[in-house]
Structures are given as C-alpha cells and as structure tokens.
Write a protein that binds this ligand. Sequence first.
Ligand code: ATP
Length: 241
Amino acid sequence: MAESILSLSGVRADIDQYHILHGVDLEVPAGELTVLLGRNGAGKSTTLRTIMGLTTVTQGKVRFRGEDITGQPTPRIARKGIAFVPENMGIFSLLTVRENMVLAAVDGPMDPARLDWVFDLFPPLKKFWNRAAGNLSGGQKQMLAIARAIIEPRELLLVDEPTKGLAPAIINDLAGAFEQLKQQQVTVLLVEQNFNFSRRLGQSAAVMNDGGVVWSGQMTELADNDDLQHELLGLGLGEHQ
Ligand SMILES: Nc1ncnc2c1ncn2[C@@H]1O[C@H](COP(=O)(O)OP(=O)(O)OP(=O)(O)O)[C@@H](O)[C@H]1O
C-alpha cells in the first residue's frame, strides 16, 4: 500500500455538547482514491469537517504529510494543500461558471494550462463557461465544485457525497471525471453512500459506524464479499443503489 498522506488516530470530536466521533482511525494512501462508507449518521461528514478543522477535536491526532494539523484554523489547513467539497458544494448560483472559477483561484489569476487540464476533466464547464452556475445540472454543479477545489494544485481532495440526488446517467459522467482524477494520481477521500459508484472508483475503503471506523482495507475485498457488505453496510441482494 502507498504511504499515507493523511492519518487520523484516535480522533474524538464534539459538536456543541454532543460527542460525535469516538476515536476515528483512518489512513489515506497518497495517490489513491479512498472511499469512506457507512450508514446515515455514522459520522462520515463530521470526519471530513474534522480534517478541515471545522469541529472541535477533544482527543487524538490528525496528521497531514506527517505534520500534526489537529486544531489548526481551517484556512491554514486549506493552505497546506487540502481541498474540501462539502455536500452543499459551496458554489455561487448567480455567478457564471467563469466567475466561480476566478473566485476559487485565491493565489492569483488562474493558470491557463491548469484551466485546460480542468476543462479536459470536466468538458461541460468549458461549454457553459459564461452561464450562471445555478442553471447547470446537478452533476455539472458537482463538476464545478470539484473544479473550484482543484484549480490550484492541492495534495488531497475531500469530497462529501457527490452523487447525492443525481440521476444515474449523470452519476456515470461524474464517475468518468473521478476516473480521470485517479489516472492523474490526485489523492481523493470520497464520502459515499452509493456502493456501485464506490466500488467502481475506490482503491482503498473504510467503513464507519457510530462515530468510528469499523473496517478498512482494499475496496476489492469489500466489493467481492457480500456477507461483509451486509454486515457493515446492511446491503443485501437487490439493495445496491
Ligand atoms: N450540528 C450538529 N449538531 C448535533 N449533532 C450533529 C450535528 N451534525 C451532525 N450531527 C450528528 O452527528 C452524527 C454524524 O453525522 P454525520 O453527518 O457526520 O454522518 P454521516 O455519516 O455523514 O451521515 P449522512 O450520510 O446522513 O450525512 C449524526 O448522529 C448526526 O445527527
């Protein structure tokens, strides 16, 4: 397995008075796509938010490239090279695709070569460059959100449930875009509930339950083992999304 770029060890995190994460252990190998799975409310989104410094860590460590980033302010964590696409995507509906991209390039003007790379990954963004982002389809909005996250070089991309609410054909397009990211060896930690999407893309996988990681390994181990899927995810025959 590749070396970890991100590791969480024994991470406990609270939201207000609630204990949400109960000692999360997670390794994200560099250059791979890792899927974080688990039932509703297992703590997947909170884990991503905790990596970004958006929740209060009460115990344990988050390390990025070996450096302890636990409790650091979110902007500093982002500047170290971690990009985050939250479930609501954080795009500006009334602004054009171009304006959304310009605003995402915080270090200066967009690099034209990098923009061409982004257009290769997500052709609809080029096509609808001057269209209001609010008029894009759900899948295209996801592409814009991811494009914004990677318009400047980042070492790790965190994406929260990109397939949520999308039609199957659009999910297929989005999977194609993630395949491209994988080929470029962009390190991705993807939170997903859609198991077919996950098994298609994931190299490593981790499964959460009740605020902790209860299983981790290669995605093929999970994909090839129906009993394990049933035990960990409650998936049975005909239940795959
Ligand atoms: N702001 C909050 N205040 C109180 N409890 C919260 C808050 N946000 C999340 N929780 C609780 O934390 C737990 C984990 O939530 P989280 O959103 O991380 O789960 P998840 O695995 O991402 O699930 P889903 O797929 O449904 O989003 C849940 O029990 C949820 O109700």
